[in-house]
Each structure stands twice: as structure tokens, then as C-alpha cells.
Design a protein around this ligand. Structure first.
Ligand code: ADP
Ligand code: MG
Length: 393
């Protein structure tokens, strides 16, 4: 795909799609600005190259309606502080007023469009809306990795209305690491999958069955597998409608010689809210009024051994309810093992990234993906609509 270095931006009107979908508090203050800082290298590059820069992002879910509480105003303010240049916030996304503002921009100036999801046409990938977005635009850059799995107008359709469409620095880096895991993983390739739901992750598991050597399963997901195998899992979280799929996945793994490992022991409690008493259970049944909320010590030590041998690791989904101290141990220990492994390690997923952060180990992971859904979909489908839409070199 086309990269920033392949294009001359001087004096060009550039439409940059970013992911400024930051969490806001009740008063509309930014709680975490990681997504803004992640886009700074590309923004700085474009400004240094003398682009006339128009930036677009979504924020929250305004469902195609103007909503002042989801205005990008706080983002415009913070972005200006970080860049140390003025950032003008357009009152809208398309239309005459916005077009006038676009025209008035000179080299090195920044215009931030309002929340692009104020228009339902955005999520509908509407071609006429995309044409209006592209009005007066010469070049397009996508640095919104977190939105690349969406066929939306500012991600996909717009690329048909500009001369060239390139990847930003963040998108390039994401694709570089994820594609190594997808196309040329050094073996042993160990995938670690956990988190809340199996349903979100079936396509990823399926794809990993063709590539990984071992799949270590933790989190609530494990109990859908156990239930499917006829185990009595107490009140652990189970997706009843996925049990047939779980069995198919286990059968397919066996055919393909992939080891799917399930927890050997479980930390169980009455509920997340009542962490005590908790106990470690090795055999089924899990007591009928209790639920499994973390992996136990035997599982930790078995998984650690396998992780230590790995050359490539992809991890999505915490091993337990790590948000609660009482059930964080499994996730923290696995994070340590990954950090210490020396493997090419990739962590994707909002909660997984938060867990690694909480363990203070982010700096020791090869690549922390900024896009939860996007990284999973890349691993599953080996590409993304927003990447496919970019120009070739
Ligand atoms: P990610 O955001 O990294 O993709 P998910 O959203 O799939 O991860 O899953 C994270 C959630 O899974 C966390 O909120 C965590 O509390 C929950 N979870 C993990 N293990 C369990 C479990 N055994 N029972 C219930 N919830 C769990
Ligand atoms: Mg999540």
C-alpha cells in the first residue's frame, strides 16, 4: 500500500482520517488521550511537509444525529495544545461553510471537521456523502487503524474520490506487525485467547487453526468449551448457542494438529461482587452456586511453559476478570510470561491492552495494537476494508 513517503504533500489539500474516539467524562473532559497522541507522528509529518490539513474522526455513537455532547471540541482544544499550532474546529462535516473553510486553509494549517458520525451516511458508506467529503481534496491519508475494519464513507468510499490514498504512520506500523503474525509467523506460534465472549472470536480462532501451533484459552470463553464437552461449570458464563460451534472448533483443531488448551484449574467465587470466599477448583463440577473468574495456578504454570518456548505470540482477551484485584493474577502472570518470552509479541483488544498496561508491561510487548476489533479482524481475514481501499504503490 501507498505510504506517506511516496507522496508530495506540499500545498496539497489533504484529508486525514484519524481515530480520535477518546473516552470522555461526565463534564466532557478527555479521560485518556492515547488515541490523540497515537496520530501525532502522521499529523506532524503532514504539517512539516506543508500540507493543508483537514482531519476527520468519529466520536462515540451519535447515530447519525448532531449531538453537542459528542462534539470534537475538547479534542480540537487538546490537539492544538499538543501540536502547538491553532486547530480550527469546523461547525459541520460537509456543506458550503465547511468548503469555504477548506479553501481558506494555507500550508501547515489544520482544520478539524466535526464528528463524522453526525451523518448516518458515514456508517452507510454512502458514495455521495463521500464525494462531498472529498470536495476540494487532493490526497487522502488513513491513520485510523481502529476504524479500518469498518466499511464507512470516510474509510472506504472516499478513496474513490481522491487522486491517491495512503496509509499513515500508525496504520503502516499496525499492518507491518500484524501481517508478520498472519503471513510469516516464526514457529512456535502461540495464540492466547480469553475475554468475555466466544462469539466475538470464532472467526479469529478459525483462522488461527491454520497457523498457530498452540491456542491457550482462558477467560469466560473457556467455559463455553467446557460446557460443550459436557462439564458442569456451575454459574460460569456460558454461551449456550455456541456449544455446537465450540465442538466443531475442537474437532477441526485435532484434524489440523493444533493444540487447543483449556484451563487445568479455576479460581471460582460466588460472583465478581463477592470475591470472597474464593477457591481453586481442579475438577468438575464447579460448585453449583459458583462461577470461574480466573485461571488457577496450575494453568498459569502450564501456559507459562508454552509461552516461554514461543517465537510468535498473539494475545487477545484477559484470562479472568482482571478489573477486580481478586481475579487479576492469571492475566498478570500471563502478561509477564509474554513480556519475558523474547518472542515477537502482539497484544490486541481494548481490555487486553488495558490489562498489560495495568501490569506495567506495555514497554516489553513488541506491538500493542491500537485497534481492538480491527486487529482481531485483520488476524481473521488477513486484511481490512480500509486497507484494501488504499492506493497501491
Ligand atoms: P478485549 O477487549 O481485550 O478484546 P474482551 O472484551 O473480549 O477483551 O473481554 C474482556 C472482558 O472479559 C473483561 O471485562 C473481563 O472481566 C471479562 N472476563 C474475563 N474472564 C472472565 C470470566 N471468567 N468470567 C466473566 N468475565 C470474564
Ligand atoms: Mg473489550
Amino acid at each position: 500500500m501507498l505510504a506517506l513517503k511516496d507522496l508530495d504533500f506540499r500545498g496539497k489539500s489533504v484529508f486525514l482520517r484519524v481515530d480520535f474516539n477518546v473516552p470522555l467524562d461526565e463534564e466532557g473532559r478527555i479521560r485518556d488521550e492515547t488515541r490523540i497522541t497515537a496520530a501525532l507522528p502522521t499529523i506532524r509529518h503532514l504539517l512539516e511537509q506543508g500540507a493543508r490539513l483537514i482531519i476527520a474522526s468519529h466520536l462515540g455513537r451519535p447515530n447519525g444525529q448532531f449531538n453537542p455532547r459528542l462534539s470534537l471540541k475538547p479534542v480540537a482544544f487538546r490537539l492544538a495544545e499538543l501540536l502547538k499550532v491553532p486547530v480550527k474546529l469546523a461547525p459541520d462535516v460537509i456543506g458550503d461553510e465547511v468548503n469555504r473553510l477548506k479553501c481558506k486553509l494555507t500550508e501547515g494549517q489544520v482544520l478539524l471537521l466535526e464528528n463524522i458520525r453526525f451523518y448516518a451516511e458515514e456508517t452507510a458508506n454512502d458514495d455521495d456523502f463521500a464525494r462531498q467529503l472529498a470536495q476540494g481534496i487532493d490526497l487522502y491519508v488513513n491513520d485510523a487503524f481502529g476504524a479500518c475494519h469498518r466499511s464507512h464513507a470516510s474509510v472506504v468510499a472516499i478513496t474513490r474520490h481522491v487522486r491517491r490514498a495512503a496509509a499513515g504512520i500508525l496504520v503502516q506500523k499496525e499492518v507491518e506487525f500484524l501481517s508478520r503474525a498472519v503471513h510469516t509467523p516464526e514457529k512456535p506460534y502461540v495464540a492466547i485467547l480469553g475475554g468475555a465472549k466466544v462469539s466475538d472470536k470464532i472467526p479469529v480462532i478459525r483462522s488461527l487453526l491454520n497457523k498457530a501451533n498452540d491456542i491457550l484459552v482462558g477467560g469466560a470463553m473457556a467455559y463455553t468449551f467446557f460446557a460443550a464437552l459436557g462439564k458442569n461449570v456451575g454459574r460460569s458464563k456460558v454461551e449456550e448457542d455456541l456449544q455446537d460451534t465450540a465442538i466443531l472448533v475442537l474437532d477441526e483443531a485435532q484434524e489440523k494438529g493444533v493444540d487447543i488448551l483449556l484451563p487445568l484449574d479455576h479460581l471460582v467465587a460466588l460472583s465478581v461482587e463477592a470475591p470472597k470466599p474464593s477457591l481453586t477448583v481442579e475438577d468438575f463440577p464447579i460448585p453449583k452456586d459458583m462461577m470461574a473468574l480466573d485461571i488457577g495456578p496450575k494453568t498459569i504454570s502450564r501456559y507459562r511453559q508454552i509461552i516461554a518456548e514461543a517465537k510468535t505470540i498473539f494475545w487477545n482477551g484477559p484470562m479472568g476478570v482482571f478489573e477486580n484485584e481478586a481475579f487479576a493474577e492469571g492475566t498478570i502472570q500471563i502478561a509477564r510470561a509474554v513480556a519475558e518470552s523474547g518472542a515477537l509479541s502482539i497484544v490486541g483488544g481494548g481490555d487486553s491492552v488495558a490489562a498489560v498496561d495495568k501490569a506495567g508491561l506495555s514497554g516489553r510487548i513488541t506491538h500493542i495494537s491500537t485497534g481492538g476489533g480491527a486487529s482481531l479482524e485483520y488476524i481473521a481475514n488477513e486484511s481490512l476494508p480500509g486497507i484494501e481501499a488504499l492506493s497501491e504503490k
